[in-house]
Design a protein around this ligand. Structure first.
Ligand SMILES: [Zn+2]
Length: 462
């Protein structure tokens, strides 16, 4: 123990030299304030338990908009407003069902977001199982009239769960159209879950292609996928029954929720921070993305509580409709482009509320190296946050960033191990979030916001 303590002391004393000393003290105050007085967890409880899940276009999403605005209005922001957005409203309808015939052994399924319905009484068909959509070609005409079942297990050998997710997610979005092209009557997709024993189906977006039939598309739990595969090996002619009542309800008027804290030195230069306020229509949208919205709001509140005065304008944005259309971020980007705003930096939180690990940075190699040299030591020695690498921005910033290619973007990275166990399921509830982990993330976000506001002009010279 003694040896480790000595190393830590040495590290701390190095950080304390010259310019960085006040920053480290400020960060200690930020962390202490977040742990002792943080309100992200309390606000998350309201969002998840009183409002609940909130798919874009739904009454709950509308309620989340109004409530978020009132939360922002309670703080000393200079401006709080709603930005109009039109979103497509997809509704799940009555609970889906699926079972093996003739035994009626049930299979846990959940319609993929955007799916069309089956006929009212459901449909029955034989099943063609593949791991990859590309294997379907081999079956040719035999696909017609069948249910295509893509059963590719999660690659557990991959440490970075987001990478494992990305390996399979395009089969979720492309699947229904590819299967329909060959005459399939429905699409069944093994859930993107990092847990091999998971019997919860995971929803997520899918899409159809103009000119190709839209067929019902459902996610099946990992456990049910294994079971169905076993049954099909015994009897490849096995038929299953599926029923789904989801539908599109056209476009709905809704909003992004925005608050601004005006900068004292460069008010026209804006640092955007936020995450998406919508969620899927299962669970409570706690980690995805109640923690991202309540966390970024609380990061700003923490700085306000400490009496901080920003040099640049800090703009909090709760984007609508990240999950099934990204219309909110699209609208934010177009409006900012038309107004020729100067969006100098952006932070997004949309990877859960687990213990913070760092930030992916979209910027030049020189700027990333500068951050690694100057900021990483501040985070890693006392606060256990050490991951600062070049990487992709979050989905929402990535979309509006198309109009702002030079904006430096930070994607908040909490610990990734448990996220894809609960992602887009009934398991994503308030109880899955730990207060201390969440407030630690709030402090990491507030610290980054503070450092950016203080030093972005210095990095800009690099
Ligand atoms: Zn999300």
């Amino acid at each position: 123990m003694k040896g480790i303590f000595a190393v830590l002391l040495c590290g701390a004393s190095c950080v304390c030299q010259g310019q960085t000393y006040p920053d480290s003290v400020m960060m200690e105050r930020i962390y202490a304030t977040s742990f002792v007085d943080g309100e992200a967890y309390k606000n998350l409880r309201y969002l998840t338990k009183e409002i609940g899940h909130r798919i874009a276009g739904s009454p709950q999403a509308g309620e989340a908009v109004q409530w978020s605005r009132s939360l922002m209005q309670e703080l000393p922001f200079d401006r709080v407003y709603l930005q109009d957005v039109k979103v497509p409203y997809w509704e799940r309808g009555a609970k889906e069902e699926a079972f093996i015939l003739p035994t009626r052994e049930p299979l846990k399924v959940l319609a993929l977001g955007g799916s069309v319905a089956t006929p009212a009484g459901g449909l029955e068909a034989e099943v063609i199982e593949v791991e990859l959509l590309s294997e379907l070609r081999r079956y040719g005409d035999a696909v017609a009239g069948k249910i295509v079942f893509v059963n590719k297990p999660w690659d557990e050998s991959i440490v970075e769960t987001g990478v494992a997710y990305g390996l399979n997610s395009s089969q979720r979005s492309r699947g229904p159209a590819e299967a329909a092209k060959l005459g399939a009557v429905a699409y069944l997709f093994r859930s993107l879950s990092s847990s091999p024993d998971d019997d919860f189906p995971h929803t997520g977006g899918t899409r159809y292609v103009k000119g190709i039939d839209s067929i019902p598309a459902l996610a099946i739990s990992a456990v049910a996928a294994n079971r169905l595969s076993e049954v099909l090996k015994e009897n490849p002619k096995t038929r299953i029954h599926i029923k789904n009542a989801s539908r599109w309800n056209g476009m709905v008027d809704t909003h992004n929720v925005i608050a601004e804290w005006t900068g004292s030195e460069k008010p026209d230069e804006i640092i955007t921070i936020g995450g998406h306020i919508d969620s899927w229509d299962v669970g409570e949208g706690a980690h995805d993305n109640g923690t991202g919205t309540m966390g970024t709001l609380d990061a700003i509140r923490t700085l306000m509580k400490l009496g901080y005065k920003p040099k640049h304008t800090i703009r909090l944005v709760f984007y609508m409709n990240e999950e099934n259309g990204v219309h909110g971020a699209t609208r934010y980007g177009e409006a900012a482009r038309d107004k020729k705003e100067r969006l100098v930096a952006a932070i997004e939180s949309d990877a859960g509320g687990f213990a913070p690990r760092g930030f992916d940075i979209k910027s030049s190699a020189e700027k990333v190296a500068w951050i690694q040299q100057h900021w990483k030591p501040l985070f890693e020695q006392k606060f256990w946050v050490s991951r600062f690498f070049a990487g992709s921005p979050g989905v929402d910033s990535g979309v509006w960033g198309q109009h702002f290619p030079n904006t430096m973007m930070f994607n908040f990275r909490p610990d990734p191990h448990r996220y894809f166990d609960i992602h887009h399921t009934d398991k994503d509830v308030f109880e899955a979030v730990d207060r201390r982990e969440l407030q630690s993330g709030v402090a990491a976000l507030a610290s980054l916001l503070y450092l950016l506001d203080q030093q972005i002009d210095e990095i800009g010279q690099k």
